[in-house]
Design a protein around this ligand. Structure first.
Ligand code: TNX
Length: 503
């Protein structure tokens, strides 16, 4: 390596616009010049590290057009190196912890696992300035401020949910959303795959679910579904971004599309017809029929086989057409089916009415008392309180998409709450993390999805990753403004809230 003599201008790592805000930042007031003479070297024995290096190179290329080689054998033309290393000597024990050490001529990223390295390169991506400095060297150079970042997540579960049932979203639309979530260090993508208005995943042993149940959506559109191959492709795509996909099949309510496909499933005693409206709570499986559980055994088996996530979400919400006794019986019969196929059950907070296993996870949306009950029983809780964390809630009365049954959620309100104290008496140890659900009654394409999700989903990313003591709206909103070039570069239709000084 022959290093050129460059007088780097001083840049200050402490003035970064990183979201989520990292645990610790120490600035050393110089710069690393990212240019065509930079190379990436990664650990090549531990799984996934090289792929993280390649992902970084791809993203650098997408932004700057420079080609940064990964793990090349000759270092001749190389002047500066980004090392991506495995290290167990990090302060935090989180598998997603990382440490970035940025100096003039090298960047060292240390992580326990490829997941940690992946989170670390998102930080690095966010530090690459929009524009190159063309005066320092013969070729354009992007100046990354030097210093040290030590970071780890506050919560191990940082999720976003998309309802692909009320309106269908294509594989490409879902991938675009996953890409954006990855940039903000999300690690879970929950897919709401079935509801009254549509069934969205191929089940080979019950083909009418997609031949009949998938052909509709809210408003009368054509609907759609993912073949098992497409679902596997989505799972792999998310996994490359160290995001786990949790599939949800909602039951025993929200099941009109399934019952329309196979009428023996229906338990509400009413004549079935296509449903393309937005009411909830009218449909139910018949909880007293063995054939219903045999059907569910097949559905869960087929999905579990193509879903590496340890979790399987059974919905369980708003089963107003199911008698309470039947509901409890149903949940207690489905839980062993989920277990039988090697998965941990997750369900919306209503499931805590049943006698559930302590390994089952309860997903809070509207009933703190059921979250508390579950926690007392040893279950972990995911927090998605509708009044704070629902991405489908309108910003205000002028919002062009969304609902407002739980609240209007302006951008500052989405950020200004503390998941750790939201449910009075819920111990932090019981909280797995937070999730921001996006129900799709009022949205049907990427532009509409993005209008509701951005910028609020960026704030939820910080609520999941950054400790409460480090969060502050004033400081956050300034960092949020600096996301605009990234959002524009990726053609994200974000909502320009008046509460943010976009400049
Ligand atoms: C409630 S939240 C629902 C969904 C709706 C949503 C709309 C939950 C578990 N159930 O069925 O789509 O409200 O905001």
């Amino acid at each position: 390596m022959n290093k050129p003599e460059i007088n780097y201008p001083s840049t200050n790592l402490a003035n970064n616009a990183l979201i989520p805000k990292p645990m610790k930042v120490i600035a050393t007031n110089s710069a690393f010049g990212l240019d065509s003479k930079t190379a990436i070297f990664t650990n090549q024995t531990a799984t996934g590290f090289e792929a993280v290096g390649q992902y970084l190179a791809e993203k650098i290329n997408g932004q700057t057009n420079i080609v940064v080689p990964v793990n090349i054998s000759s270092e001749e033309a190389v002047e500066r190196i980004i090392f991506i290393e495995k290290s167990d000597a990090l302060e935090s024990t989180s598998p997603e912890a990382y440490q970035l050490y940025i100096k003039n001529d090298s960047i060292v990223l240390n992580a326990r696992s490829a997941a940690g390295a992946f989170r670390g390169i998102q930080t690095l991506r966010q530090l690459i300035p929009e524009t190159a400095n063309d005066t320092l060297a013969e070729q354009p150079m992007w100046l990354i401020p030097t210093g040290k970042i030590t970071d780890a997540p506050n919560f191990s579960y940082r999720g976003a949910m998309l309802d692909v049932a009320r309106h269908f979203f294509t594989v490409e639309e879902v991938k675009k959303y996953i890409d954006l979530l990855a940039y903000y260090k999300y690690n879970v993508f929950h897919m709401h795959l079935s509801d009254d208005q549509g069934w969205r995943i191929e089940i080979k042993s019950w083909p009418k679910l997609t031949e009949v149940g998938a052909q509709t959506e809210v408003g009368g559109g054509a609907g759609g579904f993912y073949t098992q191959e497409e679902f596997k492709d989505l799972v792999a795509y998310a996994a490359e971004r160290h995001i786990e996909i949790i599939p949800e099949i909602d039951m025993p309510g929200h099941t009109n599309a399934a019952s329309l496909s196979y009428p023996f499933l229906n338990g509400n005693g009413k004549k079935l017809s296509v449903y393309t409206g937005t009411n909830v709570g009218f449909s139910t499986f018949d909880a007293n029929k063995d054939e219903v559980y045999a059907f569910l055994d097949d559905v869960i088996r087929e999905i579990a086989a193509i879903s590496p996530s340890p979790y399987f979400h059974i919905g369980g919400d708003e089963s107003h057409a199911t008698k309470k006794r039947d509901y409890i019986n149903f949940i207690q019969k489905v839980e062993p089916l989920v277990k039988k196929h090697g998965k941990t059950m997750v369900g919306w907070n209503e499931i805590a009415q049943a006698n559930i296993d302590s390994s089952t996870v309860v997903h809070l949306w509207n009933e703190p008392h059921n979250a508390l009950k579950a926690a007392e029983n040893g279950s972990k809780v995911i927090l998605s309180p509708a009044s704070k964390a629902y991405l489908d809630m309108q910003y205000d009365t002028e919002s062009i998409h969304g609902l407002h049954w739980a609240a209007y959620i302006p951008v500052p309100d989405a950020y200004n709450w503390n998941p750790e104290t939201f449910v009075d008496g819920l111990p932090k140890e019981s909280i797995l993390g937070i999730e921001a659900p996006l129900w799709s009654e009022t949205i049907s394409n990427s532009a509409e999805l993005e209008y509701l999700a951005f910028p609020r989903a960026i704030g939820y990313a910080e609520l999941g990753w950054t400790a409460a003591s480090q969060r502050n709206w004033e400081d956050y909103s300034k960092r949020l403004v600096q996301q605009v070039p990234f959002l524009k570069r990726h053609d994200v239709n974000f909502y320009r809230s008046k509460a943010v000084d976009w400049e």
